[in-house]
Ligand binder design. Structure first.
Ligand SMILES: *Cc1c(COP(=O)(O)O)cnc(C)c1O
Length: 342
């Protein structure tokens, strides 16, 4: 089975499991897990932030960040198709009691003019706009990369208006590998920035949040409150250390595979896809004149050996990752072509 549903399905490699088995551990709630401490120091250095915090998931990283930056009743500007609005169970309204102002972007990317228009004037009637959240790369935008200049425009604007800034960098390293811009460059204007270890980096669990020392101290308290403080978490952190040391440059293979898949899909008469828009490891494509429902097609693809996700009516998403080879991509191209010709 060629599993292209998500880069979250990756299995820890034998070498990663070995690193996990050998990791020195301690009680991280007491700050005594040397492997967690090492991972947090590595992340802080990579992001050029004062400190970092290891958390169980990307959702928790986003939700802790929203909580640390806001008061109940505040308004948070997010992109309409962002992970925070679509895939986090409504947690911002539940856990932080904020309301989300959704601004539709171009493949997930916002412009400074759009954000400026969404910031509420200071008036007793209005909620206070206090936080702007961006996403890098943009998942629902098809793995689109926020260009650095665009980010700088947005962070500059937000700072002018006194907003705090959070970057959901679940796939931050896909952006750095695609553009050659360092993670720390992207991180510069943000008060908090997080990235996932459990996607293309291939670790089983975990995300990191980078910020100032005092904010990380607050986030550490909130992590406890949210139930995300772990004990001998060095077992998991070791996988993260391994991922940061070994699995970043190889993301280029995933990007090459995604581009190649898009070119194969483009040759299928009933598929619409724009390979130029495939910037990282996500391919979004449309099946025109399908003759079968989206669910039926997913089922047919699966029967033939390819797992995909749908992201809308007749819209499909393929995500490449470290458990998918160039050969698998050739094979997947053939399988999808055969299923759609049938
Ligand atoms: C995967 C992802 C997350 C984190 O989701 P988890 O389910 O906690 O792993 C956050 N933001 C984006 C953009 C993501 O793709």
């Amino acid at each position: 089975m060629i599993d292209l549903r998500s880069d979250t399905v990756t299995q820890p490699s034998a070498a990663m499991r070995e690193a996990m088995a050998q990791a020195p551990v301690g009680d991280d709630v007491y700050g005594e897990d040397p492997t967690v401490n090492r991972l947090e120091e590595m992340a802080a250095a990579l992001l050029e932030k004062e400190a970092a915090l290891f958390v169980p998931s990307g959702v928790m990283a986003n939700q802790l960040s929203i909580r640390v930056h806001t008061q109940p009743g505040d308004e948070v500007i997010v992109e309409s198709t962002s992970h925070i609005i679509r895939y986090e169970g409504g947690s911002a309204s539940s856990l932080s009691q904020v309301q989300l102002c959704c601004v539709p972007g171009d493949r997930g990317l916002l412009s400074p003019d759009q954000v400026a228009a969404a910031i509420r004037p200071s008036d007793v009637h209005n909620p206070s706009t206090t936080l702007l959240c961006l996403e890098q790369t943009h998942n629902s935008g098809g793995g689109s990369v926020y260009p650095l200049a665009k980010i700088e425009g947005l962070t500059g604007l937000a700072q002018e208006h006194g907003l705090t800034l959070h970057l959901d960098g679940a796939r931050l390293f896909n952006a750095t590998v695609a553009t050659g811009v360092a993670a720390a460059e992207y991180a510069k204007g943000f008060d908090t920035i997080c990235f996932c270890l459990s996607k293309g980096l291939g670790a089983p669990v975990g995300s990191l949040i980078g910020s100032t020392r005092w904010r990380i101290a607050k986030l550490r308290r909130l992590r406890k409150m949210f139930g995300g403080a772990m004990r001998q978490a060095g077992i998991l952190a070791a996988a993260g250390v391994y991922a940061l040391e070994h699995n970043i440059p190889r993301l280029k293979e995933d990007h090459d595979n995604a581009k190649h898949l898009a070119l194969l899909l483009q040759q299928i008469p009933t598929v619409f896809v724009d390979p130029d828009k495939v910037e990282t490891n996500i391919v979004v494509f449309e099946v025109v004149r399908p003759g079968r429902s989206t669910q039926e097609l997913l089922h047919c693809f699966k029967q033939a050996g390819v797992l995909l996700n749908s992201v809308g009516e007749r819209m499909f998403r393929a995500v490449t990752h470290l458990d998918v080879s160039a050969q698998d991509i050739e094979e997947a191209g053939k399988i999808l072509s055969n299923v759609l010709a049938a």
